[in-house]
Design a protein around this ligand. Structure first.
Ligand code: UDX
Ligand code: UDX
Length: 459
């Protein structure tokens, strides 16, 4: 396994669990040192225990990247990074091609090179050319086997995939993948055998479509805000249509992570370069960028002004159950709030913010309670389970202000109202009324009288 990042480490560990003898190689010395010390450099539920067991049983090893490390391998997986080129939408394939050039001289006859990383259509044949140029006599195959692992549930997504996609040109490549995925095929997990180009496109198109669903939900959410609607009911109402489906329709602060942002940009870039513009996905990229840019102004609108206010940010990882900060919405929100003169503190159960430049102007709180203490406002950005269980009444008492902005619609309006918050969900009207003092918070249900078509809290 070349590359022990989110994908390489999870894939290597799970292949060891399936009984394969796995050697994970990485150029990052720190990462290798952590792995050799039995510590996973990434947070992924279930990975530590799984890694420990495979290492103990001698099927999983880690080492610094050394070309000769692949000399005995039947399969060489490439799971190195394919980020966007700086200042461009194009995928940076330098890591993939560097790794290919380095392993080519060492590949054994019959070796199967497996491209795990997300790469534009045509990369598989470029990799094949690099190897055959160097080893004209070698019998080998290059297979495209994209991953569909979601961070925070990557082990589960590997062990229980909806489908496996394999792009290969020759029988040897197909036989190799049938050997790797035999146990899945015996459980009749669907395997799509197709060309490498199709496999490469499937990966991008899948992520682009999922990102489009999210962007659609975010725009509908804005429409609900302007029409007195409630996006929770709207997405539930459309998601029950089996053709639409409920997943990836939850509005939020915009998508982040190491995949959606770069894969949608790369997809747009491929379309542009081939004269087949992907206008829908171009819109998805723009919608998402604008949304992340708009987060701070949503906070300012709710607060009147941010200057001099203390704001608690709940969650900075791009989504729960991961420590990954790549393209996280909080990295756009926090600097903008600091710029607007707010005193910002943030709490996240997993993220270590040391050295993250975007977070330098803010303080990392050691706990949720510490983040809320004396804050004028709270802003939920990442829907960690810990935040769902927040005792709202005591939270209100800890804070000095009553404003709570919920970018993930985690809380119910009623519970927020009970606790005395000025609650600002997304996709529905904020709770606007007098902000009761902390003492009054939680003093039972208010008297309500229905006035016209709305409910007005009195007293
Ligand atoms: C990667 C791709 O970025 C993504 O497009 C694809 O969907 C899945 O694989 P990820 O595993 O998150 O995602 O990449 P990253 O976390 O950056 O890990 C890549 C690892 O490869 C790093 O640890 C890096 O040190 C290592 N690497 C890079 C090598 O070992 N050798 C190289 O030549 C280059
Ligand atoms: C994604 C794909 O799901 C996975 O198949 C692929 O292999 C890698 O990219 P990941 O990037 O880990 O996985 O995160 P995912 O769970 O897909 O969420 C992506 C972003 O969309 C996150 O920022 C998340 O907060 C956001 N999202 C997701 C929403 O805002 N609403 C939703 O309903 C779902």
């Amino acid at each position: 396994m070349i590359g022990a990042g989110y994908v390489g480490l999870v894939t290597g560990t799970c292949l060891a669990k399936l009984g394969f003898d796995v050697l994970c190689l990485d150029t990052d010395a720190e990462r290798v040192a952590a792995l050799k010390g039995g510590r996973s450099p990434i947070y992924e539920p279930g990975l530590d225990a799984l890694m420990e067991k495979q290492v103990a049983e001698g099927r999983l090893r880690f080492d610094r990247f050394e070309p000769k490390g692949v000399a005995r391998a039947d399969f060489v997986f490439l799971a190195v990074g394919t980020p966007s080129l700086p200042g461009s939408d194009e995928a940076d394939l330098s890591q993939i091609f560097d790794a290919t050039r380095m392993v080519a001289p060492q590949l054994r006859p019959g070796a199967c090179l497996v491209v795990k990383s997300t790469v534009p259509a045509g990369t598989n044949s470029a990799i094949r050319a690099i190897v055959s140029d160097r080893r004209p006599e070698l019998a080998f195959s290059v297979v495209s086997n994209p991953e569909f692992l979601r961070e925070g549930r990557a082990v589960e997504d590997f062990l229980r995939p909806d489908r496996i996609v394999v792009g290969c040109h020759d029988a040897a490549g197909r036989a190799g993948m049938e050997r790797i995925y035999r146990s899945f095929m015996e459980q009749s997990v669907p395997v799509v055998f197709t060309t490498p180009e199709n496999a490469e496109l499937i990966k991008y198109a899948a992520n682009a479509f999922l990102a489009m669903k999210v962007a659609f939900a975010n725009e509908v959410s804005d429409l609900c805000e302007a029409t007195g609607g409630d996006v929770r009911d709207v997405v539930r109402g459309i998601g029950l249509d089996a053709r639409i489906g409920p997943s990836f329709l939850q509005p939020g602060p915009g998508f982040g992570g190491s995949c959606f942002p770069k894969d949608t940009r790369a997809f747009v870039d491929i379309g542009r370069r081939l004269g087949r513009p992907q206008r829908l996905v171009e819109a998805v990229v723009a919608i998402n960028e604008d949304r992340k840019e708009s987060l701070a102004s949503r906070v300012s609108e709710a607060l009147g002004s941010c200057a001099g206010k203390t704001i608690a940010i709940l969650g900075v990882a791009f989504k729960p159950d991961t420590d990954d900060l790549r393209e996280a919405p909080a990295l756009r929100l926090i600097p903008a709030l600091v710029e607007a003169g707010a005193a910002v503190r943030f709490y996240d159960p997993q993220v270590d913010a040391d050295g993250v430049s975007e977070l330098e102007g803010a303080d990392q709180a050691p706990s949720l309670a510490a983040a809320l203490e004396g804050a004028d406002a709270a802003v939920l950005v990442t829907e960690w389970a810990e935040f769902r269980m927040l005792d709202l009444v005591s939270a209100r008492r800890r804070m000095s202000g009553a404003t709570f902005i919920d970018f993930r619609n985690v809380y119910s309006r009623e519970a927020m109202d009970e606790a005395g918050f000025l609650y600002h969900p997304i996709g529905s009207a904020p709770l606007r009324d007098d902000a009761r003092s902390p003492e009054q918070a939680g003093s039972g249900r208010r008297q309500r009288q229905a006035v016209g078509d709305g409910q007005v809290a009195v007293g």
